[in-house]
Write a protein of this length. Structure first.
Length: 251
């Protein structure tokens, strides 16, 4: 009989939360710093290695869940927002596709930050003990932080080391691309009774992107992501060119 998994959360600002968040930030900073000190070839190799590191855990976790009898259609598929952007992260690192990079940039950065701030573990129980200490399922705990930290690492590395940038008007273009994706996942949820991207029910953990009851929190979540996308775009928006002053002739 398939085990029913009750999501576990890690309360913010607890000792384990600080250790996990601090380690993630240090690792991200270390990767970016290392990349900044490498020559072009070394930067390319580091990007490829990071892409492979982010790609490898997903099939391994799927096999691990199946071997433990924990695989289920409700939570095991990579259809949550951070699961999708984790896929975008290794694809962007390996292939440098502009649209995939922009999806990672606009969806991955806010999604990963929220997930690291308000962790929720849904794949199995025993990840976090009731007293807030690390449980027996260390693999799932590490996978959670490697995945979400890797999203931020990939976005920062591609932006500040590789030199990729969001294109002109990309914030609203990527926002438009996201709507059919949400519709497709919503239809999947409706067909199979799942709750990917929390389109049917809010998560168990408090999430700053989710306010109110269904369907209003879904509308608010979409509006919040679009607003954050615009804010992320502002530092990279094209600057208007200054016109040359008119020439003044004497006489």
């Amino acid at each position: 009989m398939q085990e029913i998994v009750t999501p576990e959360t890690l309360a913010p600002l607890t000792p384990l939360w600080w250790k996990a968040a601090g380690s993630s930030i240090a690792l991200i900073a270390g990767i970016v710093l290392l990349g900044s000190r490498l020559e072009k070839k070394g930067r390319e190799n580091l990007a490829l290695a990071l892409g492979v590191l982010l790609l490898a855990p997903e099939p391994l976790i799927q096999l691990w869940l199946a071997s433990r009898g924990l695989w289920n259609i409700n939570e095991s598929l990579p259809l949550h927002l951070c699961d999708l952007t984790a896929i975008f992260s290794w694809m962007a690192l390996i292939w440098r596709n502009q649209k995939i990079y922009e999806c990672l940039f606009y969806w991955g950065i806010p999604g990963a930050l929220v997930s690291l701030a308000t962790p929720e573990f849904t794949l199995t129980t025993g990840v976090v003990n009731p007293d807030g200490t690390l449980g027996s399922e260390t693999l799932i705990f590490l996978n959670y932080y490697i995945g979400h930290g890797g999203i931020l690492a990939a976005a920062c590395y591609l932006t500040f080391i590789v030199g990729m940038r969001p294109g002109p008007g990309s914030w609203w273009k990527i926002s438009l691309i996201g709507q059919p994706l949400l519709l497709a996942i919503g239809l999947f949820n409706w067909t199979f009774g799942t709750n990917y991207i929390f389109l049917c029910e809010p998560p168990h953990v408090a999430n700053p992107l989710i306010i109110g009851e269904w369907p209003w929190y879904v509308i608010g979540m979409i509006a919040m992501v679009i607003a954050v996308s615009f804010l992320l775009y502002l530092p990279f928006r094209p600057r208007p060119r200054k016109e040359d002053p008119p020439l003044h002739r004497n006489g």
